[in-house]
Design a protein around this ligand. Structure first.
Ligand code: GRF
Length: 192
């Protein structure tokens, strides 16, 4: 299955996916990495891996978010993309893109959904006093961080945690969880 990864920043989850997909039995390949931010560190890394790395800056589109996504979608079309992995893509998608890719687009969120949808999940987890935290891979649906859950990984919250130490502990799990979840999803898709 020809996959795209969407990023906005350093792209460490995208890197974990690309590395995992190098295994000969992995049921997906990454053919393009898309970022809304031309400065995203992950773009250069992807290009170095021989993967098409495309920046489509959202800023020139102003408030027309759908026009921005239609430009991205045209890139996906060019590369014959069949499936999208959102990997730290920090923009809320329009209903148009979500509907078009329904059932073919997944996301990773740094919290145990349905807890802590949205931003600043690690800080909010600490403030809530939870003793466990983690990450979730889920289908993308029209509500932000609301689609059906595919897989989760848990970590303990430690007494001396800061948002940064907690984020780092979760990130280690994200890098294992996302490739495993993608593999599972692909095995089910091919059965359809
Ligand atoms: C990750 O924690 C991801 O779950 C969240 O944003 C962070 C992105 O990190 N949505 P990276 O760009 O994958 O390194």
């Amino acid at each position: 299955t020809r996959c795209a990864a969407f990023i906005s920043g350093r792209g460490s989850n995208m890197m974990a996916l690309v590395e995992a997909a190098k295994a000969p039995d992995f049921p997906a390949e990454f053919v393009v990495v898309v970022s809304n931010d031309p400065a995203a560190g992950g773009l250069e890394w992807a290009a170095g891996q021989g993967i098409a790395a495309v920046a489509i800056d959202h800023r020139p589109y102003g408030k027309d978010r759908e026009a921005h996504e239609r430009a991205i979608d045209a890139v996906l079309e060019t590369h014959g993309v069949e499936f999208i992995c959102l990997a730290g893509y920090m923009r809320v998608l329009t209903p148009w893109l979500v509907e078009k890719w329904q059932g073919r687009m997944i996301n990773i969120h740094p919290a145990l959904l349905p807890d802590f949808k949205g931003l600043h999940t690690h800080q909010r987890c600490l403030e809530a006093g939870h003793d466990r935290h983690g990450a979730t891979v889920h289908w993308v649906s029209s509500g932000v961080d609301e689609g059906d859950i595919i897989a989760q990984a848990e970590v303990p919250v430690l007494a001396d945690d800061t948002a940064d130490t907690l984020a780092a502990r979760v990130l280690v799990e994200e890098h294992k969880l996302y490739p495993a979840a993608l593999r599972a999803v692909m095995s089910n898709l091919t059965k359809l």
